[in-house]
Design a protein around this ligand. Structure first.
Ligand code: AQP
Length: 330
């Protein structure tokens, strides 16, 4: 590979939200010319919380269709499913042996997802960041486009790469996080202090990429704002600020321009326009998604080919790693 490498993945753990789209998916296609890109459907990450097997299979196919609808081109990028490439788990094991439990204990996602589980916290939830490090390091990745919630896991990945390189000599590229300029952290529409999430139990908290236009508009209309009633981009108006971020990410207008445009008008017109913009942005994506989803044969062909190409690269890194840690070759 001569170009710099971009790697990212999304869990098939439910319907994707506007947060997943703005923070990650919508940025993926633009890198395809300049970089060697790998985009993964991380089903092994998804099972760190309980999934219904039939639903997981369906979600993985749907996510592949969404990747394609969002402009990922399997001729330019490697698009594949994580569980099809066993090197992920193999490298994870080696990385587990140089990971400290103290580090994993500090991960915010682990703390959030293990809350209220008492002694029944799956080990996979705890070692999630190690698998993520393996995903990224297997492909000698330079940049990882993700939302802000994954920044801590990226710092962990860098740390593990450096530790391995220091202990066994230079092996891994130390990757850098690539955060979007706007919308790296889209918040819940019902609680602007919590991030918008696929697994939120309140359906009004998230806009799903496959929501019909009327539902999108209704959710935005009902989004929690404040009683101040003045357009501003401020820490005192978190709900409004989140909506302005969404507006900015969707239209490309700056937050200042948006505040200026709706000054002195309350929030009604702003919310109505935003609903319209988001619905219009997602409609063509939904159409393309539905077309791809009909074509199961094409989807299978794409993920099979992707797995082969990903495996070929992953095997090279894994062989190097096995040699360095002292495993006898077969
Ligand atoms: N609210 C968000 N704002 C911006 N980016 C976000 N991402 C997630 N939520 C937001 C980014 O989406 C990508 C895929 O995320 P993931 O599927 O790996 O899982 P996650 O980060 O744990 O996202 P969710 O939606 O909260 O899923 P669940 O509920 O299953 O845990 C990542 O790049 C992430 O940063």
């Amino acid at each position: 590979m001569s170009k710099k490498v971009i790697y990212s993945g999304i869990q098939p753990s439910g319907s994707l939200t506007l947060g997943n789209y703005i923070g990650a998916l919508s940025n993926f296609a633009q890198f395809q010319e300049e970089f060697d890109c790998l985009y993964c459907i991380v089903d092994m990450h998804a099972i760190t919380v309980e999934q219904e097997p039939a639903k997981l299979r369906q979600n993985a196919l749907q996510l592949l269709a969404l990747y394609l609808a969002a402009g990922l081109d399997p001729k330019k990028s490697i698009v594949y499913i994580q569980s099809h490439v066993p090197e992920h788990a193999q490298l994870e094991w080696v990385l587990n042996t140089i990971t400290y439990m103290g580090q994993l204990n500090r991960m915010t996602q682990f703390k959030d997802k293990s809350k209220n589980r008492g002694d029944n916290i799956p080990v996979g939830l705890f070692t999630y960041p190690v698998l993520m490090a393996a995903d990224i390091l297997l492909f000698q990745t330079d940049y990882v486009p993700v939302g802000e919630d994954q920044k801590q896991h990226l710092e962990f990945t860098r740390d593990i790469a450096e530790r391995f390189n220091n202990r066994y000599s230079d092996t891994f590229v130390v990757p850098e996080v690539y955060l979007p300029k706007v919308g790296a952290r889209i918040m819940s529409l019902q609680n602007p202090e919590a991030k918008m999430s696929k697994s939120d139990s309140d359906p009004n908290a998230s806009i799903f990429l496959l929501d019909p236009p009327a539902v999108i508009k209704k959710k935005i209309k009902r989004a929690v704002t404040d009683s101040i009633g003045e357009m501003a981009y401020s820490d005192e108006q978190l709900g409004l600020r989140n909506l302005i971020d969404i507006y900015s990410a969707i239209t490309g207008e700056t937050t200042d321009e948006i505040v200026e445009k709706y000054k002195g008008q309350g929030y009604g017109q702003f919310k109505e326009d935003l609903g319209e913009f988001v619905a219009n942005k997602l409609s063509p994506l939904q159409e393309r998604y539905n077309e791809y989803l009909q074509n199961k044969e094409l989807l299978e062909e794409i993920y099979r080919d992707g797995a082969q190409r990903a495996s070929a690269i992953a095997q090279k890194t894994l062989r190097k790693v096995y040699k360095k840690v002292g495993f006898l070759p077969r």
